[in-house]
Design a protein around this ligand. Structure first.
Ligand code: URA
Length: 433
């Protein structure tokens, strides 16, 4: 295969064969195909798309580009959840111990923050000494013994995604349905799971903000995942405003603890319960979604979900005292409100700007070398539909210092649109595939 011919074919909107895809991606992983040819092909895919057949071939070659985790000796249904990424999305922190306490076996492999969207690993790492970089052997041991582990991807698993993602990030080719499918599904299938619940975000804080794109992504993820023998539920959920109130790593851990203990914001509870209930159903623990929901309510009320969270923190070396006494944690250097400029109702919140402001404060990374500041972020006080009076706080900014805090306050003020008329809150769950 001549690489330029392969790129030309996609540029003209033609379908590749599985063999061609295997050769091209394989050549890129081994170093024979240079970044510039891969970048050109990624851009061609970005504009022309890929068929289901091509996407399956892409997932297959990415999956086999490295090691996989074999959990087949664990005689239980293994189920995970993956979100396409959002702002304030701390669902995994609650869902994994909750699902486990309800009887599910959860081998969860997550990622670090990506652009404006937060990462589960950074949130977990804000718990002092919590080890997310588990070796493959340790990950398998924890899943076998406790039915729960939350770790990061090792270098050996799906190296194709590591290399391709880094290039997509700098060539404006992240927002492509087949490329997102290849990236997510290859990593999830490599985990050795049987079932997967996908949280496909839609709205201004999602990677694919437009609803019809989210639908296409959900359908494609389901079809392609099923081809590989995965049981998939794909749920489209709202990302037109941050989920819950907290944005920022430690602030999100604290909010997750509230939910695990039976409190917390209603929107976060609803989305988490919904996704976890599907995990319970996929695992065959309950026949219906409603029964799964009731099981989860009991699991939280009995304290079992919180106990599992503590167990996980202890298993992975985290400071249990810190999560049981979160007030002991270090505070941001400068905490100040963003006040409503007028009376009215919150009409819209620009989640992308909120995510980017959090990143600038140190909640995310501009480059891999950046060090996360776990204590910074925001507490959103008013959500879409809420009534506000002039001067009332819309958000509390938790910044490392006054200068950074004032910059964030100015940015956040622009992220809120206030209307004189009543506004309905957007739905939380749109569709399930
Ligand atoms: N998350 C991933 O893991 N990959 C993508 O391509 C987008 C979001």
């Amino acid at each position: 295969m001549i690489p330029a011919d392969f790129i030309e074919k996609k540029k003209m909107g033609q379908e590749h064969t599985a063999e061609e895809i295997k050769e091209f991606i394989g050549g890129y992983v081994s170093g024979e195909i240079p970044d510039y040819q891969m970048a050109a092909w990624l851009m061609a895919v970005n504009f022309q798309g890929m068929t289901d057949r091509e996407t399956i071939a892409l997932v297959d070659v990415m999956l086999h580009s490295g090691e996989t985790i074999d959990l087949s000796h664990i005689d239980a249904y293994k189920v995970d959840k993956h979100s396409t990424g959002g702002v304030g999305d701390k669902v995994s922190l609650i869902l994994a111990p909750l699902a486990n306490a309800a009887g599910c076996v959860v081998p969860m492999i997550s990622g670090h923050s990506l652009g404006h969207s937060g990462g589960t690993l950074d949130k977990l790492e804000s718990i002092p000494n919590f080890n997310v970089m588990l070796s493959k052997a340790e990950f398998i041991r924890l899943v076998k013994k406790y039915g729960l582990a939350m770790g990061g991807q090792t270098k050996e698993v799906v190296p194709a995604d590591r290399k391709m993602y880094a290039l997509r990030d700098v060539t404006a080719t992240v927002k492509s349905i087949p490329l997102i499918c290849g990236s997510i599904l290859s990593k999830k299938i490599a985990e050795g799971i049987d079932g997967l619940v996908l949280d496909v975000k839609t709205g201004n804080g999602a990677f694919l903000p437009e609803y019809n794109q989210s639908q296409k992504l959900a359908r494609r993820l389901k079809n392609v995942g099923q081809h590989f023998g995965l049981n998939v539920k794909a749920v489209i959920t709202d990302m037109n405003q941050p989920l819950g109130n907290a944005v920022g790593n430690w602030l999100e851990v604290v909010e997750s603890i509230e939910v695990l203990k039976g409190g917390g914001p209603a929107d976060l509870i609803e989305v988490t319960m919904h996704l976890t209930a599907w995990m319970v159903v996929l695992s065959g623990l309950e026949k219906s979604f409603d029964k799964a929901w009731t099981r989860l309510e009991k699991t939280i009320a009995s304290g079992a979900a919180w106990e599992k969270f503590l167990m996980m923190v202890e298993n992975q070396g985290g400071d249990v005292d810190m999560v049981t006494h979160p007030k002991k944690y270090l505070k941001a250097g400068y905490i100040a409100p963003v006040e409503a400029p007028e009376d009215g109702y919150v009409e819209a919140i620009d989640s992308y700007t909120i995510g980017m402001s959090a990143l600038e404060l140190g909640a995310g990374r501009r480059s891999l070398k950046d060090k996360i500041k776990p204590e910074v972020g925001f507490i959103i006080a008013k959500k879409i539909g809420d009534k506000v009076a002039k001067g009332e706080p819309l958000v509390q900014v938790h910044a490392p210092n006054k200068e950074a805090g004032e910059t964030a306050r100015a940015q956040l003020l622009k992220a809120f649109r206030i209307s004189g008329h009543k506004v309905a809150a957007p739905p939380l769950i749109y569709e399930t595939f």
